[in-house]
Design a protein around this ligand. Structure first.
Ligand SMILES: [Zn+2]
Length: 242
């Protein structure tokens, strides 16, 4: 796919924005900003890419999205935004990694289903989405400290003493929306993009894998052990035979 002109991106974004205002905002679906520091954001670019030609959207692979984003951010190698737009921000984006009724989606494939309804899993949680009030409540339960490293809001970060700690809303499970029960305070240093590979407990400790692509970054010996384990678990079943 060729690079869209800035004008085309703005037009598609504004088109999506009009649907958001009309149908989605009331359900708590979060519209990403179009620009940050003058540059298009990855999240907005992903949404625009998925919404192109709406309602005749097509199935796109994570690879295609990544290639599109690379035209604006050449160093990008793993775009998580499509998944986050669906799971965390509430957009009705079907994904091949979880069953949501679109059978022809393969692993790592996405399709924007509707701009008039939030993601079906999101609707269930929207009332619990973290607002100003309960965010302060959550932070105070943690004595205004990062759940992972303990740095205190407004004070120097433990691991980066030159910086002042600012607490951000971290997902315990990045595949679920940011509800009260799924939020821990994390400093900006701990709440980095690569954290989304993992699921955290209430104490900010990693307890599970959230994104199977974390395995691809692992050492060969670990990958082999995982392969053996899964091979035994699934009794050697070929995943392509389904
Ligand atoms: Zn921290």
């Amino acid at each position: 796919m060729k690079k869209l002109s800035d004008r085309e991106i703005e037009d598609i974004y504004n088109f999506v924005k009009s649907f958001h205002e009309k149908f989605l905002e009331k359900s708590g679906v979060i519209l990403p900003s179009l620009r940050k520091s003058g540059k298009f954001t990855k999240s907005a670019l992903t949404l625009v890419f998925l919404a192109k030609d709406y309602p005749k959207t097509r199935i796109v692979s994570k690879k295609e999205i990544t290639e599109f984003i690379r035209k604006y951010y050449p160093d990008t190698n793993d775009v998580q935004d499509a998944r986050h737009l669906g799971m965390q921000k509430g957009w009705y984006i079907a994904s091949g990694t979880r069953g949501n009724g679109i059978d022809d989606l393969g692993y790592g494939e996405y399709k924007l289903v509707s701009l008039e309804e939030p993601h079906p899993n999101f609707k269930l949680h929207r009332k619990e989405i973290v607002g100003e009030l309960n965010w302060d409540e959550i932070k105070s339960k943690y004595d205004f400290r990062c759940a992972s490293c303990g740095s205190k809001e407004g004070e120097p970060n433990f691991r980066y003493p030159g910086t002042t700690t600012k607490l951000t809303q971290g997902h315990m499970d990045p595949n679920k929306p940011l509800t009260k029960d799924n939020t821990i305070p994390q400093c900006e240093k701990c709440n980095r993009p690569d954290r989304n590979y993992w699921i955290y407990d209430r104490k900010g400790r990693v307890i599970k894998v959230a994104d199977p692509s974390a395995v691809a970054k692992s050492d060969e010996s670990v990958k082999w052990k995982i392969y053996k384990m899964l091979y035994n678990d699934y009794r050697g079943k070929n995943p392509n035979d389904e």
